[in-house]
Ligand binder design. Structure first.
Ligand code: HEC
Length: 116
């Protein structure tokens, strides 16, 4: 009887360890939306399509469609102030890791008008 309990204990431990491994695997790398929030982009921007409200009261630019007609490379450079839109560089230069920037850009590129 005691042996069976030990056996079940071991099986449980193995299952639990697998569970942990999966959680970590799914959690790899920063999340773009979280980077957006952490880097305070929402000070000046809302993303209404995903429910992010700008903290600034007026004049916030909504980025719900920021991913339209834009390449990852351009977006990356724009956020680093190496590229301009309509002859204007972005207000702020992204400060964070390359990984964070990549996650952020990947996420921004998913922001498009919904197709009807
Ligand atoms: C201090 C205010 C401010 C902050 C903070 C800010 N932005 Fe902006 N952003 C602007 C303004 C203003 C524009 C419009 C272009 C211009 O006039 O410079 C803009 C434009 C953009 C655009 C281009 C929109 C388009 O399609 O024309 C993107 C994308 C963008 N911002 C992303 C971000 C991201 C990502 C962050 C956070 C890392 C961020 N912004 C933080 C002020 C800000």
């Amino acid at each position: 009887m005691k042996n069976i309990l030990i056996y079940f204990g071991l099986v449980l431990a193995v299952v639990a360890l697998y569970g942990f491994a999966f959680t970590f695997a799914a959690d790899e790398g920063p999340d773009g939306k979280q980077v957006f929030i952490d880097k305070k982009c929402a000070m000046c921007h809302s993303v209404e399509s995903v429910g992010i409200e700008a903290t600034k009261k007026s004049g916030a630019i909504d980025l719900s469609k920021a991913g339209e007609d834009v390449e990852a490379d351009f977006m990356t450079k724009y956020l680093l102030k190496e590229e301009k839109i309509d002859d204007k560089a972005h207000k702020t230069k992204f400060n964070g890791t390359d990984e964070e920037l990549k996650a952020l850009v990947d996420w921004l590129l998913t922001l498009k008008a919904e197709e009807e």
